[in-house]
Write a protein that binds this ligand. Structure first.
Ligand SMILES: Cc1cc2nc3c(=O)[nH]c(=O)nc-3n(C[C@H](O)[C@H](O)[C@H](O)COP(=O)(O)O)c2cc1C
Length: 454
């Protein structure tokens, strides 16, 4: 049997400091060029040269103001602030690439589904079916306040609202225009057959929509759905809807359990285990030799800012770590932010303290960091895939775009030589490229298919 092919997304964000905070101060880092279109088009070309499946763009609404009860450090260290809109980058990058997929994060809590559906359809058209959507519901009260609410909805209620949001979108994307609605018949003067264009009606707890989807069917109709739910409710949501799931894990055993549980739940929901492609976040520092990679790591760490990473994590958990003594144990407390992270850091048997967190944040971020020669990096990536049953990785940037260049130049050829990474892209939409069924549309067993007509 041929070896499992490792899937790769580059993980980035339309901002200066994304995951590995502080590295914007490195003399070779170019992340401060994020406002220039060439920064993005060059990166898209680079990733396509490395045959990456996708560029995954994170996003945040709101600012990180939990640590020290202030956004001062966030502003000083550019911790995902300033941050520009991710969707607006896609057309330019699509124009200079043919195959690279784009997974863009949009927080549905602050979107009107009717207009959002059109924006995604537009991008699916312009990319010729290369768009994906990372479904997030947010975790910041600062976002809620900015959007006119006193605080954000309660954690599980956010997922309930998301369920309804998805229903509206599926109705629009899958049910409003039947296959064959577009005739484009100049002689008979019929562009679209009105009998096959349907008004969708939705009246629910959170949304009311009575209208026609504004866009004609795009190559994938529903974009490839990405999600990162890790709490019980989040996993349930991912198992029902997601096609690509992002996980963050420090230990193979924990990742293996999460992957197993997610696939189990997908099966219970009437889907197949490999209907989920699971990506784990990872940072890689690679150089031609192990010694050079180590040197590079030490050099990068001189510019990283662990405290900025802590401020980011504080907002993620909802815990103000500045109130703790350096060796005081992190106490369990209620959190309305990312529940899985809050639980993990405050579990009594986990023994987390601020000192330990800062040690873990040596590179400014909390993702597993692999440092080594191309062979060592490839060994470790292959081991994660083998031992945990993930499908691939979400590769964070460190010094940008140097770290992506290093990966493309050094790690990709090594993986290709081992037969664990594609030598070339196959044609087709993002969904066709990612899934064995090689179909542009979601399979009939996905909940979206219920809303199809005709
Ligand atoms: C790899 C990864 C990327 C994520 N990207 C974003 C993001 O860009 N924006 C966002 O608001 N949340 C993001 N999240 C957070 C998730 O949307 C979600 O809140 C979290 O994974 C778990 O939620 P839960 O434990 O409350 O279910 C991300 C999570 C992971 C693991």
């Amino acid at each position: 049997m041929s070896k499992k092919q490792i899937r790769l997304n580059a993980f980035n964000m339309n901002c200066v400091g994304h995951i590995n905070h502080g590295l914007w101060t490195h003399p070779r880092d170019r992340s401060t060029d994020y406002t220039s279109i060439e920064y993005w088009t060059e990166q898209a070309r680079l990733l396509e040269r490395g045959k990456f499946d996708g560029l995954f763009l994170a996003d945040i609404v709101g600012v990180y103001d939990v640590y020290q009860d202030s956004a001062d450090l966030t502003a000083r260290e550019a911790i995902q602030l300033p941050v520009n809109d991710p969707l607006l980058l896609v057309s330019a990058m699509a124009a200079v690439t043919r195959h690279l997929g784009f997974g863009v994060t949009v927080n549905l809590t602050y979107e009107a589904p009717y207009l959002f559906a059109r924006r995604m359809s537009t991008l699916d058209h312009l990319t010729r079916g290369r768009i994906g959507w990372n479904i997030v519901t947010g975790y910041l009260d600062s976002a809620a306040r900015a959007m006119g609410l006193s605080e954000q909805p309660e954690h599980d209620a956010r997922y309930e609202r998301a369920e309804e949001f998805m229903q509206v979108l599926y109705k629009l994307w899958e049910g409003s225009w039947e296959d064959g609605a577009l005739l484009r018949d100049r002689q008979r003067r019929i562009f679209a057959d009105p009998a096959k264009v349907h008004r969708i009606k939705h009246r629910g707890e959170h949304y009311e929509v009575d209208g026609y989807h504004l866009s004609e069917p795009s190559p994938q109709r529903t974009p490839v759905l990405y999600q990162a739910g890790a709490s019980d409710r989040g996993q349930q949501f991912a198992a029902a809807h997601a096609e690509c799931v992002f996980i963050s894990s420090q230990k193979p055993e924990a990742a293996r359990k999460l992957v197993h549980d997610l696939r189990d739940q997908a099966q219970l929901a009437g889907r197949q285990r490999n209907d989920l492609k699971i990506f784990m976040g990872v940072s890689v520092i690679v150089a031609p030799t192990a010694a050079e990679a180590r040197e590079k790591y030490v050099e990068y760490c001189r510019y990283a800012n662990p405290e900025a990473g802590l401020a980011h994590f504080a907002a993620g958990t909802g815990f103000d770590f500045s109130r703790y003594g350096i060796d005081e144990a992190i106490r369990p407390a209620a959190s309305n932010a990312i529940q899985s992270s809050a639980k993990a850091v405050s579990a009594a048997d986990a023994g987390w303290t601020v000192r330990k967190l800062l040690d873990q944040l040596a590179l400014g971020g909390r993702y597993v960091t692999i440092v080594g020669s191309p062979q060592q990096v490839a060994d470790q990536l292959e081991a994660w895939v083998r031992d945990t049953d993930i499908d691939g990785f979400n590769l964070t940037r460190t010094v940008a775009p140097e770290s992506f260049e290093d990966f493309v130049n050094l790690v990709i050829p090594e993986l290709q030589a081992r037969g664990s990474y594609k030598l070339d892209y196959e044609d087709g939409t993002l969904r066709e490229k990612l899934f064995e069924a090689r179909q542009p549309l979601l399979p009939a067993r996905h909940p979206a298919a219920r809303y199809r007509r005709g």
